[in-house]
Design a protein around this ligand. Structure first.
Ligand code: NDP
Length: 336
């Protein structure tokens, strides 16, 4: 069994030396368990947090342990009555080629309904994050302006398209001309701004002539600085992720801006609300039905960035934190 372990905790940006490739004997399923051959591994920004020992909402991966991650696998052997060899399931098996999993933790996938890799993206955790965070916290109304960064990515692409479906105006922020063209022309956002350009704040202002009613926060950093002055009274800010800060090793330079921020939260009656998607788990059944319908009708499009082979996962993950992925990043581990 080929596995990728956490070799050491990164300091700042992860490097290839922080990961270790390893071979271990195939695990044996016990009663109630199955043996899985992993087909796809999801690479997600939250994994950077799991590599660090600092306090977070989830336990870190231990040194020498298999890196954590969502996976799609095919059952090779089953000791659980609900699963048979050949079934394809969603599991959380991590960065490895084979894994044992409790049957109770699995969700069976229908390969005829959608490509199975989408269970890691638009029809999985990232798509659900967009759906629950935008509709429950953001609550966009027809005619309002919704802004989202990392707009070509797994979460952001769904946020903007759902905003359009409910009648809002979607403004995307993305890195580079190619991603911006995709967000505008393929995903159908009303406007898109490249955050790498030098006059990004003024371009964003021009793209939001009525101000911003919902800012779905995916990145933090300079993008937040550009959006914040544009927030309208009663704007809602679902704080989903802060990827621009995940590799930071200390506090940012410069004066403390918190008193300023709090003054504006008060005077503009802003709602800034963080969330972790599993908080909304009771909405998952509705999400699966709704998102499948939106994909079938063409109202939601998605793009995957598929990397070949488990060995390529560390390099691809490092790239995710630098914006090198273009679409939902998944590793193709094996054929089914
Ligand atoms: P993406 O597929 O969007 O990939 C990450 C993208 O982030 C990159 O492609 C890049 O896009 C952008 N990015 C990276 N670094 C920076 C930076 N310094 N400044 C601005 N943009 C940057 O990832 P996901 O859709 O999976 O995740 C998006 C966000 O959602 C992350 O912050 C993640 O942690 C969060 N998340 C939160 C969840 C929750 O429950 N709260 C659940 C799932 C995700 P570009 O080149 O266009 O800038």
């Amino acid at each position: 069994n080929r596995r990728i372990l956490l070799a050491q905790r990164p300091n700042g940006k992860p490097r290839l030396e922080d990961f270790k490739l390893d071979e271990a004997p195939l695990p044996e399923p016990q009663d109630g368990q199955v043996l899985l051959k992993i087909l796809y591994l999801s690479l997600d920004p939250y994994m950077r947090g799991r590599m660090s020992a600092g306090k977070s909402y989830a336990k870190p991966v231990g040194i020498g342990e298999v890196m954590e991650g969502g996976t799609v696998g095919q059952i090779i052997a089953s000791r659980h009555p609900a699963f048979s060899p050949g079934d394809i399931v969603l599991s959380h098996s991590g960065w490895q080629s084979f894994a044992v999993a409790d049957g109770a933790s699995l969700r069976k996938l229908d390969p005829a309904a959608a490509p199975v890799s989408t269970a890691l993206g638009v029809l999985g955790m990232p798509g659900f994050t967009a759906y629950a965070g935008l509709l429950t916290i953001g609550q966009p109304k027809p005619g309002e302006t919704v802004v989202v960064a990392a707009a070509s990515g797994a979460v952001g692409s769904a946020v903007g398209q759902i905003a359009k479906i409910v009648g809002a105006r979607a403004v995307g922020i993305a890195g580079g001309a190619q991603k911006c063209a995709f967000v505008r022309d393929q995903l159908g956002f009303d406007a898109v701004v490249d955050h790498h350009t030098s006059d990004f704040p003024s371009q964003l202002r021009a793209a939001c002539p009525q101000g911003v009613d919902v800012y779905f926060e995916n990145v933090g950093g300079p993008v937040w600085d550009a959006v914040f002055p544009l927030l309208n009274d009663f704007a809602r800010v679902p704080v989903c992720g802060l990827i621009a800060q995940y590799n930071d090793t200390g506090r940012p330079a410069g004066p403390d801006r918190l008193p300023h921020l709090m003054r504006d939260v008060l005077s503009r009656s802003l709602l800034i609300r963080g969330f972790i998607q599993r908080e909304f788990a009771d909405q998952r059944p509705a999400f699966y039905t709704q998102m499948a319908a939106w994909i079938a009708s063409g109202q939601v499009q998605y793009r995957e960035d598929v990397v070949d082979g488990l060995d390529a996962a560390p390099e691809a993950f490092i790239g995710l934190l630098e914006g090198r992925n273009f679409g939902k990043l998944v590793v193709h581990v094996a054929d089914h």
